[in-house]
Design a protein around this ligand. Structure first.
Ligand SMILES: NC(=O)c1ccc[n+]([C@@H]2O[C@H](COP(=O)([O-])OP(=O)(O)OC[C@H]3O[C@@H](n4cnc5c(N)ncnc54)[C@H](OP(=O)(O)O)[C@@H]3O)[C@@H](O)[C@H]2O)c1
Length: 256
């Protein structure tokens, strides 16, 4: 199977790295020439990666075509491409919906929207796909955890929560900066904070079958530091503003 990527930016770098370091069996990966640096970096690192000359060459030579350009670029370049009916098209584009994609592709090709996230390069993280597709599900299950979503409206809620990656890293940064201000060396501060949050994330994933409220309460000692932390943050509106941001991201997605 030949896999093609239109748009070689951040997410293609992560997905291609994930594929090439996984057990997925494929013949070749063809990435588009832009971004030049990333395309060359991938070709240099992975034997099976080549750089196509044009976007159309990628469509012509590949069985599965991943769309990984920004919505603006997609709207400009995708209508000019000639796809085939026997192709599978997997779109990572945040705001072009299935109906619009069908119109753009014109052929009866199978189109699936997917939301991989950068940790896919480590073979980790959820990949919501919509509509469900067995081959795409099995593919992403080898480099992450596929979450099949039947209806597109519901998939937008997952898109919205994926907008919380940068805020998550910002929390790690604020905590590390705070330790640094207290005189701790930057590398020690970051090592402490990142390993603390890895441990908490792993623990929450292991316990994800029970309601998360139990982790919130079990991690507090009556009158202890965590009780103070969560109480004060709740009172200050920290978590409410998290919800508010999610709603406003969703509103933006629903406008498209
Ligand atoms: N980053 C994420 O975590 C993530 C997760 C899920 C989905 N997505 C979605 O995936 C898409 C790409 O995101 P990204 O973060 O990877 O963005 P990005 O880093 O900006 O990558 C987009 C790439 O498209 C290239 N490009 C521009 N014009 C092109 C053309 N005419 N033909 C082919 N490629 C062209 C750009 O190349 P130049 O640098 O040369 O302009 C750039 O490298 C977006 O729709 C985004 O919503 C992103």
């Amino acid at each position: 199977m030949k896999l093609g990527f239109i748009g070689t930016g951040k997410i293609t770098l992560s997905v291609v790295t994930g594929i090439c370091t996984s057990k997925i069996s494929f013949q070749k990966i063809l990435v588009s020439p832009r971004n030049r640096n990333i395309a060359q970096k991938l070709k240099k690192r992975f034997r099976k990666v080549n750089i196509g000359k044009t976007n159309q060459e990628i469509v012509d030579k590949c069985n599965w075509v991943f769309l990984a350009v920004t919505p603006k670029v997609g709207a400009k370049i995708l209508p000019k491409l000639n796809f085939r009916s026997n192709q599978k098209i997997i779109s990572f584009i945040s705001t072009i919906n299935l109906t619009q994609l069908k119109k753009i592709v014109k052929k009866k090709a199978k189109i699936v929207r997917a939301i991989p996230l950068p940790p896919i390069s480590l073979g980790k993280g959820p990949v919501p796909i919509c509509p469900p597709d067995n081959q795409v599900r099995d593919f992403f299950n080898k480099i992450g955890i596929t979450v099949e979503i039947r209806n597109e409206k519901s998939s937008k809620n997952f898109w919205a929560t994926s907008g919380m990656m940068a805020p998550f890293y910002e929390i790690l940064k604020v905590l590390s900066d705070w330790l640094v201000k207290k005189g701790i060396k930057r590398n020690e501060a970051q090592k402490y904070i990142t390993s603390l949050f890895v441990a908490l994330s792993e623990d929450s994933a292991v316990n994800s079958k029970k309601h998360l409220k139990y982790l919130v309460s079990e991690s507090q000692t009556p009158g202890g530091l965590n009780e103070q932390g969560v109480k004060e943050l709740r009172k200050s509106g920290f978590y409410k503003s998290l919800e508010k941001s999610l709603n406003s991201i969703l509103k933006r997605l629903n406008k498209k």
